[in-house]
Design a protein around this ligand. Structure first.
Ligand code: SF4
Length: 337
């Protein structure tokens, strides 16, 4: 475990590793720096729990709020309302050493590996920095951990990589260094935000397999953020589908891919040319129109302007709650009423 041990860590208990309740992250929008225009509702009422060792995927189009959710979980955005409870402790209450423990416990893998790595540091220094910040003062111990984690992400022998700067590495190697940095403090959870979307197709599968192997071997909780439903089949245990700042459908991965209930999920799956080779679907477009403005979201169901099944007089008026049309499978749609 990390050198940072604290009262928050000591409060660890049985139950979910992460519990998110009624979470809202809104951003004030101002014109000319002072005239308030309104609030962008990036995350707008999200509830879920993640078990220890569970891999989940948050899926949705760009602008659906999934990256804002990730950054709120990391403590980079302050929730407007609601709370994040990690290991039984409210993250909003954490201060000092306790917050340091939280930051060590939740690793972050960014979308753009080159942008995530400081260009003026070599790999040894990039991986040393978090260890120094979190109190690993022994140079020998730091070197041992760095070599161990480089071996884990298959960047070995370490001598070939430790003195290199980010621009000297390929995109795949850069993302492996980002993953190594997320792991070096031995976290219990990793948040990976579109970790392969900026990589060449040839290395995407390698990086996904690497993340899955590390998640399984370390029994990590993994929150994988993606716009691409086709990448999650062999990767996640559960899927949360997000639309306009909310979770509209959630289920175990095989259940959701085989029996999508929400019209939005159905349209996402229809847009994948070959999500299931045994049941190949013809490529179709997601229903016309754009995702709604998060500044002025439509009333009722937020998907209703694009939904081919919208019920007149209902869907544009009333916000659907979460129904459970199949066991363990929830969907926010009036069709399941
Ligand atoms: Fe479509 Fe209505 Fe269901 Fe929304 S609630 S997804 S508009 S049918």
């Amino acid at each position: 475990m990390s050198a940072v041990r604290s009262s928050a860590q000591a409060r660890g208990r049985d139950g979910p590793l992460l519990a998110v309740q009624d979470l809202h992250t809104w951003f004030e929008l101002r014109q000319w720096g002072f005239l308030r225009v309104g609030s962008v509702r990036a995350v707008d009422g999200v509830d879920f729990e993640l078990a220890r060792g569970e891999a989940v995927a948050f899926v949705g189009e760009s602008g659906c709020g999934k990256s804002s959710l990730a950054r709120t979980l990391l403590g980079l955005h302050k929730p407007t309302r609601g709370e994040v409870v990690f290991n039984g402790t409210r993250v909003a209450d954490l201060r000092g050493k306790d917050m340091q423990w939280y930051r060590a416990s939740v690793g972050y893998v960014q979308q753009d590996p080159y942008g995530a790595l400081p260009p003026f540091m070599d790999v040894r220094r990039i991986l040393s920095e978090p260890l120094i910040v979190h109190g690993i003062s022994s140079r020998v111990e730091r070197e041992r951990r760095i070599r161990q984690v480089l071996d884990e992400v298959r960047l070995s022998p370490a001598e070939t990589i430790l003195d290199k700067f980010p621009h000297m590495l390929s995109g795949g190697q850069q993302q492996r260094v980002v993953i190594a940095r997320a792991l070096v403090l031995e976290p219990s959870m990793i948040i990976a935000d579109e970790p392969v979307s900026m990589l060449d197709a040839s290395v995407r599968v390698e990086i996904l397999n690497l993340l899955r192997r590390i998640q399984t071997e370390r029994e990590l909780t993994l929150a994988f953020i993606t716009h691409d439903l086709s990448t999650v089949r062999h990767f996640a245990d559960r899927i949360f589908v997000m639309y306009a700042g909310r979770i509209v459908e959630q289920a175990p991965v095989d259940e959701l891919l085989a029996h999508p209930q929400h019209p939005y999920t159905q349209s996402l799956l229809a847009a994948i040319a070959d999500v299931d080779a045994a049941n190949a679907r013809q490529q179709r477009e997601v229903p016309g129109g754009e995702p709604p403005s998060l500044l002025h979201p439509p009333p009722g169901c937020r998907f209703h302007p694009r939904c081919p099944h919208a019920i007149a007089g209902v869907c544009e008026v009333d916000d659907p709650p979460q129904f459970e049309p199949r066991r363990g499978h929830r969907s926010a749609c009036w069709l399941h009423r």
